[in-house]
Design a protein around this ligand. Structure first.
Ligand SMILES: O=C(O)CCC(=O)C(=O)O
Ligand SMILES: [Fe+2]
Length: 329
């Protein structure tokens, strides 16, 4: 398959013709390969350097120190969990051993969802580590950039679907997006059978925007022929994946991307660690998600019940964090 050029957000803001070209690239990438590379995102290199630096320092603290910000409950997706604590594949009802990763999650950094349980089970306040210094400021700054990049992607998507540029904006005005830092440590011992750095899954929201180191044992997507394709990541070339809600909105014109994080080859596994940052773009808790007009079935009997975004997200996260349970209790 021919490589699809990256979507360039600077080009998309240049003039109508350049914008149309970027919209077409996004549509081709999302519909054919399930992911797009993204440049022109205007995230300062210095911020990316700081993000990787404070995050590596955090993950290299002892487990006792990191436990001060441990995730409090399965449906409260905030804070740190250690190696083997969750299994992404359980979100698809696939059994696996726990993923060989540590993770740290934050949600919105400002706005009405922060700390308001009434806004849904995922609207919990963030948990901030005391060390390293500067962690919170850097993560908040990066989160805001991700919100902006995510909003720009939704505008391009809407225009590509023949809808007004701001079609999605009201559905994201109290969004519940999430930023997850992932640390995949070296593997001195061989993994168990069916144990990956992150098991096979689709992401649950709208777009996922990933920045990651290009070390061995990285992101792979399943292509339509059933082949696992390596996705080349670097901190500054972002990777955009389409999640479950975009698949619903587009009637699978943009299928939710099946992906996983592979283990490093044994020959380099002893000293091969990897950092990755996934921003999961989630709408407001109570948004009803159904096929948009260009994709809606013409036969009313074929129209499925709309999905409530918050219910879908909460259910998936609980399965992922409890190795398959469907409710938090
Ligand atoms: O390893 C990565 O870069 C992405 C991991 C992933 O897909 C996820 O945690 O949702
Ligand atoms: Fe993912």
């Amino acid at each position: 398959m021919l490589a699809i050029p990256p979507v360039d957000l600077l080009e998309a803001s240049r003039d109508p013709e350049s914008r149309a070209r970027q919209i077409e690239l996004l549509d081709t990438a999302c519909s054919r390969t399930g992911y797009a590379l993204l440049t022109g995102h205007r995230i300062p290199t210095s911020l990316l350097t700081e993000l990787y630096s404070v995050s590596r320092q955090f993950f290299l603290l002892s487990d006792e120190e990191k436990a001060a910000v441990r995730q409090p409950a399965p449906e409260q997706v905030r804070g740190w969990t250690g190696l083997g604590s969750e299994g992404m594949a359980y979100s698809l009802d696939e059994e696996s051993h726990g993923d060989l990763k540590e993770k740290m999650d934050i949600g919105p950094v400002s706005g009405p969802t922060v700390g308001q349980p009434g806004a849904g089970p995922m609207a919990y306040p963030n948990l901030w580590p005391r060390s390293p210094e500067g962690f919170r400021a850097v993560w908040e700054d990066y989160y805001r950039h991700m919100q902006r990049v995510g909003a720009e992607l939704l505008s391009l998507a809407a225009e590509g679907f023949g809808l007004p540029s701001d079609h999605f904006a009201p559905m994201f005005d109290t969004e519940m997006s999430m930023l997850r830092g992932l640390y995949f440590p070296p593997q001195p011992e061989p993994p168990l059978a069916h144990q990956a750095r992150a098991g096979i899954h689709t992401d649950y929201g709208a777009f996922t925007v990933v920045s990651a180191e290009s070390s061995p044992g990285g992101l792979q997507v399943l292509d339509p022929d059933g082949e696992w394709l390596e996705v080349t990541t670097t901190p500054a070339t972002l990777v955009v994946l389409t999640g479950d809600l975009l698949a619903e909105w587009t009637g699978d014109h943009w299928p939710a991307t099946l992906h996983r994080t592979a283990n490093p080859p044994r020959s380099v596994a002893f000293d091969s660690s990897r950092l990755s940052f996934a921003f999961y773009q989630h709408p407001n808790f109570d948004v009803s998600v159904a096929a948009l007009p260009p994709f809606a079935a013409s036969d009313p009997a074929a129209v499925p019940d709309p999905l409530r975004a918050g219910d879908h997200l909460a259910e998936k996260y609980v399965r992922q964090t409890t190795f398959g349970r469907r409710t938090a209790d």
